[in-house]
Design a protein around this ligand. Structure first.
Ligand code: UDP
Length: 316
């Protein structure tokens, strides 16, 4: 059984990944500073003997566990979070990435860096292939995240070239599912919580911008396969079904059986007009493709938020 570190293990993707690895019998060290991660996400795991929580910030010195495999998912990831914490986001993508690459180098461990579709910025190529270099505003409000991830990719590529570290890069497209924070500002929790509360659904701009939403367990399966493979990426992981925000709003209202009306609000600066992954590389090399339809994944997510509301749990 492997010894694995999951940095950012209390976040959406990290906590689902920790569950998969713990169930499989691996020894898992979840490293998280809980700045945007949520302790409750890993509470059920804390009773397991092969799960260990390390409260630490990867961009500061910390006592690292001895592992053979590292997933680096540690960063604020929602636009609201990273725009509230721009310096911490830049630190996580630079100093933090370097610290974990050093750990990988010293312990001869494999490492997987969670990059993002944001490296493509407002893409001029559609759908986006890994060979596309992107169209990113280097000084805009999203740049702290986009450029940190681009820097992280450059750091991984340099550690590969200079030290031969087995550093893999996954470019993750919009991911959703249970354990998202209700107030992280992203479109899926916003629309679901608004629909469940029969409040207006806030569509930004005219709602014609697109995203492609991947259910979290599909995404985690892709990460697991990439780690197990000889591939280094960059590799797109996401669901290629492209949806406008207006379609998403209507779908959530109908699946939630809600009486909410749609309202239109201002479009945030530099909001990408469209996003859709080309996943032919992941299909060919990992045999991976997402299996959960948007309807199924949204229905599960709606149930999750509904049960939290009924239980009177804090929406964090
Ligand atoms: N969005 C929206 N209403 C909301 C929150 C977001 O219309 O209440 C839009 C946002 O402008 C963007 C898309 O939904 O076009 C996805 O936003 P999100 O913050 O989830 O992620 P992004 O892909 O922009 O990082």
């Amino acid at each position: 059984m492997a010894r694995i570190a999951v940095a950012g293990g209390a976040g959406l993707i990290g906590s689902h990944l920790c569950s998969l690895l713990v169930e499989r019998g691996d020894t898992v060290y979840c490293i998280d500073n809980l700045s945007t991660g949520f302790r409750e996400n890993i509470l059920p795991l804390s009773k397991k003997k092969n799960f260990h929580f390390v409260k630490a910030d990867i961009s500061k010195p910390f006592r690292a566990p001895k592992v053979g495999c590292i997933y680096n998912l540690a960063s604020p990831a929602s636009p609201i979070d990273y725009q509230e914490k721009p310096i911490q986001t830049l630190d996580a993508g630079s100093v933090g990435v370097k610290n974990l690459l050093e750990l990988a180098r010293k312990s001869d461990a494999k490492i997987l860096f969670a990059s993002t579709s944001e490296v493509y910025g407002n893409p001029l190529e559609h759908p986006q292939k890994e060979s596309y270099w992107g169209n990113v505003n280097p000084i805009g409000p999203r740049s702290c995240y986009d450029e940190a991830k681009r820097f992280g990719e450059a750091m991984c590529s340099s550690y590969r070239r200079v030290y031969g570290v087995d550093a893999k890069i996954a470019r993750i497209f919009n991911t959703y599912g249970p354990k998202m924070r209700a107030n992280d500002g992203r479109v899926v929790p916003n629309f679901i919580c608004q629909a469940l509360g029969n409040e207006p659904i806030t569509v930004y701009g005219n709602g014609s911008q697109t995203r492609s939403f991947c259910y979290v367990s599909d995404l985690v399966d892709g990460l697991d396969r990439l780690m197990a493979s000889e591939e280094q990426g960059p590799m797109n992981l996401g669901n290629p079904r492209e949806t406008t925000m207006l379609e998403l709003a209507n779908l959530v209202v109908s699946l939630a059986g809600s009486g909410s009306k749609i309202v239109f609000e201002g479009l945030p600066q530099d909001d990408p007009e469209r996003r859709m992954p080309d996943i032919s590389l992941a299909k060919k090399t990992l045999g991976w493709h997402p299996k959960t339809s948007l309807e199924e994944g949204l229905a599960i997510s709606i149930d999750y938020f509904r049960s939290r509301m009924h239980a009177g749990l804090k929406q964090n």
